[in-house]
Design a binder for this molecule. Structure first.
Ligand code: IPE
Ligand code: IPE
Ligand code: MG
Length: 242
């Protein structure tokens, strides 16, 4: 495709923000905003698969989001269950493996069941991994990894970055290269704190439901134009990239 940027992120992580404000601006309910946001997420998954982005992570429900009104939380779970039911065949067809970043135990039974079903049915898929960050908190994930290492009796000297990463929900996946946040908010909101240590960030004012293929292209073009130095000088990084 001629308009495809040269350097694609292997792992794109998105903070899908602004559903509520999108709805308010249109005189709609917050639920309508979340519904529209779900459609945007579906289209993004397919577009990323077409482009060849191997890992896509969507911030879908944070641990902090439990504090929202109960009605809204219920709407979000309903949308999630419906998404899983409607999209399973399409995920399998597109060879997309579904994965969850977060503890499933805290979810209502119906949600857990729907998640487990899609996890199982897409476990063999290899072309792309779709991670939904659900009941997710970066800090909680880091503490969980610490506890798991202690439980396994790992000696302090054996705790390396690789060993630690293997205890995170993203074990086995590359770190995000690009983190996109919509809706004009300039914060991380407890998202992939360990994994995004060297990610590139892209912020846009566009509300999540309006984040279409053109907006994705803009984000990818911005990413392709960045020089990732990883501590090197600009000249060194240029040579390393040759
Ligand atoms: C993102 O949109 C969806 C979730 C956090 C679940 P918001 O619901 O946060 O939308 P705003 O920030 O209120 O506009
Ligand atoms: C972050 O969005 C969480 C998700 C996108 C699921 P929020 O809208 O909840 O973030 P804050 O609380 O405004 O930082
Ligand atoms: Mg928000």
């Amino acid at each position: 495709m001629s308009d495809t940027p040269q350097a694609l992120p292997r792992h794109l992580a998105v903070i899908m923000d602004g559903n509520g404000r999108w709805a308010k601006a249109r005189g709609l309910s917050r639920s309508e905003g979340h519904r529209a946001g779900t459609e945007t997420a579906k289209r993004l998954v397919t577009r990323c698969r077409e482009l060849g982005i191997a890992h896509l992570t969507l911030y879908t429900f944070s641990k902090e989001n439990w504090k929202r009104p109960q009605d809204e939380v219920r709407t979000l779970f309903d949308l999630l269950v419906r998404f899983l039911g409607n999209e399973l065949a399409s995920l399998v067809e597109q060879d997309i493996r579904f994965n969850v970043l977060g503890e499933l135990e805290d979810f209502p039974f119906a949600v857990r069941q729907a998640l487990s079903h899609v996890l199982k049915k897409t476990a063999h898929c290899r072309s792309m991994t779709l991670n939904l960050a659900l009941n997710y908190s970066g800090r909680a994930e880091i503490l969980r990894a610490c506890r798991r290492l202690v439980e396994q009796g790992v000696k302090p000297a054996d705790i390396t970055e690789e060993r630690f990463s293997a205890e995170l929900f993203t074990a086995g996946q590359p770190d995000p290269d690009l983190v996109v946040r919509t809706s004009g908010e300039l914060r991380i909101s407890n998202y992939l704190l360990w994994q995004s240590a060297y990610a590139e960030y892209y912020f846009t004012d566009v509300y999540w439901p309006d984040f279409d293929a053109d907006e994705l292209d803009k984000a990818l073009a911005a990413y392709a134009g960045r020089q990732r130095r990883f501590g090197l000088t600009g000249e060194q990084a240029l040579q390393a990239g040759d």
